[in-house]
Design a protein around this ligand. Structure first.
Ligand code: ATP
Ligand code: MG
Length: 344
């Protein structure tokens, strides 16, 4: 028999069934990441007067300072699993980018995180570097064939405590196929509840990347989540459609899931040089003062190019301003959860 200690940890092995015998060394979703603490008082920029440098140099120095502070700090872990739906029916606002980078940031600080890709585009699966070719066991089998989440989840290559349930192109028909399914709004709820009662009981976060629509896939996510995180792009039209999203969440709260609420808003693709971005940010903060994170996510080439390497920006360039911003948001997300009683 193979010595479990010698068994290589399969980066992309699926959990359970066929592959479980190959990976006996870990309990599913339990692996911890050792966080490397940066020694205090090692500020390489001390003595440099940022005021006398160019704005770009000042920004770089500030970013690196913040990164070191965040890397040296501990992120609290919730007392129970937090299930967060990342949703906005408006397309291209940063749902996937926010899902995968917050997940990677939390995992880098020792949390056990599962990302569920609930979008037929499969963008979260791409960014997390997991297999999602047609035919790969995926969220489709969970929603329509009663497969368990543990049997289709894959460990992400860049982080031992980060897992992903991939989405394949098969999911494109799911919104229609689900219409005739029994208890169609509760399919994901059943699967996640079963996961959290067994293989996934050590998960700290389940983050669901929703598609840009308010169809049955999004509804399934909202029925199982207790929190909704809304990314808002700092552009004109940003707030259009938000009323409809909030109304949908209120309807879900009333009829299907009393626990759901908008816990967080992330301002994405923020360009501080434009008045428009500042105005949008101001308006969002006025309407949602408690939910909106103070930290914005800057528009950044590194963030945009990371998925083309099958990586999150956290793995692709952890020193870049986008990665540092996501790490700062992840810290606040973790702290808010604990302040709100652990599981929000
Ligand atoms: P969809 O509605 O299609 O699912 P989405 O809301 O998930 O889209 P993303 O795919 O995360 O949005 O982002 C849309 C595009 O914007 C992508 O090309 C992504 O790489 C880019 N993008 C996201 N965030 C940033 C950022 N901070 N800086 C630069 N580009 C970004
Ligand atoms: Mg997306």
């Amino acid at each position: 028999m193979t010595d479990p200690a010698q068994e290589p940890t399969s980066e992309t092995a699926t959990l359970g069934h066929s592959n479980r015998s190959r990976v006996p060394a870990y309990e599913p979703f339990r692996d911890q990441v050792a966080t490397t603490a940066v020694p205090a008082n090692t500020d390489p920029f001390s003595g440099i007067d940022a005021d006398h440098d160019s704005p770009l140099a000042t920004e770089l120095i500030e970013t690196e300072r913040l990164r070191r502070t965040l890397e040296a700090s501990e992120f609290p872990r919730p007392s129970g699993t937090r299930v967060i739906a990342v949703s906005n029916q408006k397309g291209g606002v940063g749902k996937t980018t926010t899902s995968v980078n917050l997940a990677a940031a939390l995992a880098s600080k020792g949390a056990n995180v599962l990302v569920i890709d609930a979008d037929p585009q499969g963008n979260a699966s791409t960014a997390l570097g997991v297999d999602h070719r047609a035919g790969t066991p995926s969220i489709y089998e969970v929603l329509l064939d009663d497969a368990s989440i543990a049997s289709v989840a894959q460990r992400c290559p860049d982080s031992p405590s980060l897992w992903c349930v991939p989405a394949t192109i098969d999911l494109a028909g799911a919104d229609i196929e689900l219409v005739s399914a029994v208890r169609r709004e509760y399919r994901l709820h059943v699967a996640v509840s079963e996961l959290l009662a067994r293989d996934g009981r050590h998960l700290d976060y389940v983050i669901i990347d929703c598609p840009p629509s308010l169809g049955l896939l999004t509804l399934n996510a909202m029925v199982v989540a207790t929190e909704v995180l809304i990314p808002i792009q700092c552009e004109y039209y940003a707030l259009e459609g938000l009323t409809q999203l909030i109304k949908t969440i209120e309807m879900v709260k009333k009829h299907l899931n009393p626990a759901i609420h908008v816990s967080s808003i992330v301002l994405t693709m923020y360009d501080q040089r434009t008045n428009l971005a500042r105005e949008v940010a101001h308006e969002v903060r006025t309407h949602f003062p408690d939910q909106t994170f103070p930290q914005t996510i800057p528009r950044s080439v590194r963030v945009a190019e990371a998925p083309s390497f099958g990586k999150t920006v956290m793995a692709h360039d952890p020193h870049s301003p986008g990665a540092v911003a996501y790490l700062a948001v992840a810290k606040e997300l973790a702290e808010r959860g604990v302040a709100a009683g652990g599981t929000q």
